[in-house]
Design a binder for this molecule. Structure first.
Ligand SMILES: Nc1ncnc2c1ncn2[C@@H]1O[C@H](COP(=O)(O)OP(=O)(O)OP(=O)(O)O)[C@@H](O)[C@H]1O
Length: 323
């Protein structure tokens, strides 16, 4: 059974639908990526699953519990896009404080916090958080999301704005968490990371999911493999409108499937030419994403653009626990 079920989720701010018609489920142990341009509705979706904002409509459950139920809160770790850290505390004080809120026995908490911070290579654990670098603060926030040893982790842009080394640590660490059996929902701008660690992906644009599946499935639907057939003669007439271009003494024909490759081959043969090379190119998730995003832009969505006052986002960690 799916551990996260999202059904027809909708969030409106006044007349503006930040998220609409979102439906997906996530299996235990999966890494599920949510990608999309700025303002697509990723954070809003994640916050609704975490119980930090109320959906206008629809439901989200984690392990069968609705957001905010204490049984659900115990199973969930949330890493917000911007971590509300207590600047005056040291990393150890801060994490111990949260472990306490979750009623984690102190010796278990100490061991868990040390292990996580060791793995994340966080130095200066007794330094005030206010004096830490951005990367160090992010690591503390990640450790905080893990302090209750949750089954489901929601990471909103975990590595955004960090240097490549720290980013790598965080991505590798996320991969290890998944290998250890955690279910992870992960939003990101860097599609390379999404592609490298996510089992399945939802692409959002203008509040809607516009594509969903494994990266390969999305590739199959929205931008499959291209075949570049190099020949000594131009055989593009065999397929009507296809792209053919001269490159030195070769003609490159770009087609989308093996059947088309075969037609080019036959046409080349018929003209007494020969095929000199066939290469395949697979579009990156980034290229597919750009194509999907521009396509769904063109379709447009029935949304009013009236922005409204901020809903009461519950980002205070204590409220989060008591919700
Ligand atoms: N509290 C709020 N009040 C009004 N509008 C909001 C509120 N929160 C989000 N929105 C709007 O909802 C839309 C979706 O925002 P959201 O933060 O979910 O997008 P996102 O995909 O996470 O973007 P980003 O990648 O920039 O973080 C945006 O147009 C945003 O301005």
């Amino acid at each position: 059974m799916a551990i996260v079920e999202v059904e027809n989720l909708r969030k409106e701010y006044g007349g503006f639908a930040a998220v609409e018609g979102s439906t997906f489920s996530i299996e235990r142990g999966e890494v599920f990526g949510i990608v999309g341009p700025n303002g697509a509705g990723k954070t809003t979706t994640l916050k609704m699953i975490a119980g930090l904002i109320e959906p206008t409509d629809g439901t989200a459950t984690v392990a069968g519990h609705t957001p905010g139920e204490p049984a659900m809160q115990r199973r969930l770790g949330f890493l917000p896009e911007e971590s509300p850290l207590y600047e005056e505390m040291t990393a150890l004080e801060y994490l111990t404080f949260f472990a306490d809120l979750y009623d984690v026995p102190s010796e278990v908490a100490r061991e868990r916090i040390d292990r996580t911070l060791d793995r994340l290579d966080l130095e200066h654990r007794t330094r005030r958080i206010g004096n830490m670098s951005k990367g160090m603060k992010r690591k503390v926030a990640i450790a905080r999301a893990l302090v209750n040893d949750p089954e489901v982790l929601i990471f909103d842009e975990p590595a955004s704005g960090l240097d490549p080394l720290t980013t790598n640590y965080i991505i590798e660490f996320t991969r290890e968490l998944s290998e250890a059996g955690k279910t992870i929902i992960f939003s990101a701008h860097n599609l390379f990371h999404v592609e490298s660690i996510c089992d399945r992906v939802a692409v959002m644009n203008h509040g809607r999911i516009v594509a969903r599946g494994t990266v390969d499935e999305i590739r199959g639907t929205h931008g499959g493999t291209e075949y570049h057939v190099y020949a000594t003669v131009d055989a593009s007439h065999a397929l009507g409108e296809i792209s053919a271009s001269r490159e030195n003494d070769q003609v490159r024909h770009v087609v989308g499937g093996m059947d088309d490759v075969e037609s080019i081959r036959e046409a080349v043969d018929a003209e007494g030419g020969r095929i000199t090379d066939i290469q395949t190119t697979t579009p990156s998730l980034e290229e597919i994403f750009l194509e999907i995003a521009s396509g769904s832009d063109a379709e447009g969505t029935a949304r009013s653009d009236t922005e409204t006052e901020a809903d009461a986002d519950t980002t205070d960690p204590e409220e989060e626990l008591e919700a």
